[in-house]
Design a protein around this ligand. Structure first.
Ligand SMILES: *Cc1c(COP(=O)(O)O)cnc(C)c1O
Length: 394
């Protein structure tokens, strides 16, 4: 067993033999790039001047007063393209270019990873195919158009529930079919090794910056909260605090209609160990081991697996994972908007919603950081439908 590909017992490379060549090539090329100052300089230059990093760590004074705590928001919503995903997409597309690949492919749920990958491909001059479930395409029509405008080809997937899980399966199949010329840009800290570690590395800029920003303020984070779909924004911010036993880490999963229904995506809360998309991790599955259908009001969180490092952090007790329902997330979206004038993505609103539960249980004035993974503009259609009662979304 290749131990560096595992987090505890989770992770690994559960892929067809035909994909092993590409994974090995990716691992060795990534390790070379990681150690190459030229690659790091180019990436850092793009993160600074193209993405707009560092993102602010904003002291949310009104929410702080409301909760009697000191609440800081890590503003990944202010990145170019509106979410944390660009950090990883730029890293991987830059690596693809370095490896001499002509085309990148990606799967997407909310459309955010597709937009981020299409953006990076446009910038760096590579072809781009994005696989997307047909239901997600309907939910995120404008993001589909945005990707096409950026020159990407969006491939509609009509299998199963027509969401992220099926899009990911289709992307893996097409990658295996064209493995020599195509680079598969995975959008979260999931998939076979080395993806979970590589995506963690590219997103760890969030945690590194956040820790430095707190240091500058003379502060120590007592609590760090992030939403978890596949787990990339969460592992990104957690990575700044993993060595520190005095910071509590919370990953917020999609509780959908409630975890007493079967309409949720609370993988660590209710899943079991299994294999999905090339990795061993927690999986929502039935008694036959078939992957369960999942639901979340946010397209970015409705994934039946989770990154293997989170499965390990969960089992080791290093981080705590909590479900938040669609309704609780929508309340938090409105609250954050009214209190701070910041409209978060519905995904990020799950993390903000946990403040309602956490804050009353704490002594006053603890330092709490919430990662605002993205902005809500992409969700206005859903928010409008729910708040104006047009559709029975909740
Ligand atoms: C995709 C997405 C997520 C979920 O993905 P992770 O890999 O779990 O971070 C969260 N927030 C936003 C805004 C997203 O676009």
């Amino acid at each position: 067993m290749n131990t560096k590909s595992y987090f505890g017992k989770f992770g690994g490379q559960y892929v067809p033999e035909t994909a092993m060549f590409a994974l090995n090539e990716l691992e060795s090329e990534y390790l070379k790039a990681k150690a190459d100052p030229t690659f790091q300089e180019e990436l850092n230059d793009l993160l600074k001047n193209y993405v707009g990093r560092p993102t602010p760590l904003y002291h949310a004074k009104n929410l702080s007063a409301h909760y009697g705590q000191q609440i800081y928001l890590k503003r990944e919503d202010l990145n170019h393209t509106g979410a944390h995903k660009i950090n990883n997409a730029l890293g991987q597309v830059l690596l693809a270019k370095r490896m001499g690949k002509k085309k990148v492919i990606a799967e997407t749920g909310a459309g955010q990873h597709g937009v981020a990958t299409a953006t990076a491909a446009a910038l760096l001059g590579l072809e781009c195919d994005v696989y997307m479930g047909a239901v997600d395409m309907e939910r995120q029509k404008l993001n589909v158009f945005r990707m096409e405008l950026l020159g990407a080809h969006v491939v509609a997937i009509h299998d199963g529930l027509k969401t992220l899980k099926e899009a990911t399966t289709a992307a893996i199949q097409s990658w295996v079919a064209e493995i020599e010329t195509v680079f598969y840009v995975i959008g979260s800290a999931v998939g076979p090794h080395p993806y979970p570690s590589m995506v963690k590395d590219f997103q760890s800029i969030i945690g590194t910056e956040c820790r430095e920003q707190l240091n500058t303020l003379g502060l120590h984070a007592d609590h760090v909260i992030a939403c978890v779909g596949g787990g990339s924004n969460a592992i990104g911010i957690f990575s700044g605090f993993l060595d520190d036993d005095t910071t509590h880490l919370y990953g917020v999963e999609a509780g959908g209609y409630g975890i007493d229904t079967d309409m949720h995506a609370a993988t660590l809360t209710l899943g079991k160990e299994g294999i999905i998309h090339g990795m061993k991790t927690y999986v929502l599955q039935d008694k036959y081991g078939q992957i369960s259908p999942v639901h979340s009001i946010s397209a970015g969180l409705d994934y039946p697996g989770v990154g293997p490092q989170h499965a390990h952090l969960f089992e080791s007790g290093k981080a705590t994972y909590i479900p938040i329902t669609d309704a609780e997330a929508m309340d938090a979206l409105v609250r954050t908007t009214r209190f701070e004038g910041i409209i978060p993505a519905i995904e990020s609103a799950h993390a903000l919603a946990y403040l309602e539960k956490l804050c009353p249980s704490l002594p006053a004035n603890q330092t709490i950081v919430v990662n605002v993974s993205g902005r809500g503009d992409k969700d206005m259609h859903t928010v409008f439908s729910v708040l104006k009662g047009e559709k029975d979304e909740i």
